[in-house]
Ligand binder design. Sequence first.
Ligand code: PXL
Length: 274
Amino acid sequence: MRDTPPLVLTFAGTDPTGGAGLQADVLTIASLGCHPLSVVTAVTVQDSLGVEDFLPLDAEWVADQARRVLEDMPVAAFKVGMLGSPEVALAVAEVVSDYPDVPLVLDPVLASGRGDELASEDLISVIKEALLPQTTVLTPNSLEARRLSMDETLDEEAPELSECARRLLDLGCEYVLITGAHEQTPQVVNVLYGEEGVLQRLNWERLAASYHGSGCTLASSLAALLALGVDLQDAVRQAQDFTYQSLRAAFRAGMGQAIPDRLYWARAGEDAEG
Ligand code: PXL
């Protein structure tokens, strides 16, 4: 029998387009040489233009899916994406609390690319209180970083991203990687923060298209690289590079956002653009 590749368990919502969510995670994790385990948290109805509706799963079903497979297989990293309801988020937090040594990458999915809301205020509270303290790397975009770190009851101006990172670290995650595609900068600037402050600031060419599932690709590639034993800062660099290559090779399958090609390397040479 061949050796088992590192196992990465993703908790995610399904996306029938294959652009984001669970399908994006599975493709990414497999493309990097790990084996994906997947626990469905929610089902969405969507196309490349936006999310029409979603149904969170019963929280007990989420916990049962995870516990069954975790008792059978040794997992090397967790990735947490869309949760769908506060109850599901609590169930996931409870399950992962039994595996404190397994790195956890949390992509706080609050809205779709078009801006459809995917998380209520109650769900955001559970993410902050129960999941952030168990998170190795949090990967918000700048909009999510502001939303997660601002106190809704205070009428404050949006803080600087470095201050958002400070607050998110204070909530208990070890590292925060804030992505800058939504900021008005010529290049996309992604910054990794840790207890000591800024650890890494990488600039990326700003690509012209709009993509469906770029955040899922980044977070799940990071989880896969950590599962492979790559050290944290190298994993953060390589995950960004993998995501950039996937976006550069994206294809427009429908009428809306382009789908990143996480198998870009397998199709290299098929056409000039790749
Ligand atoms: O890209 C964030 C995301 C994650 N998971 C699911 C989604 C989306 C965005 O649409 O549908 C299931």
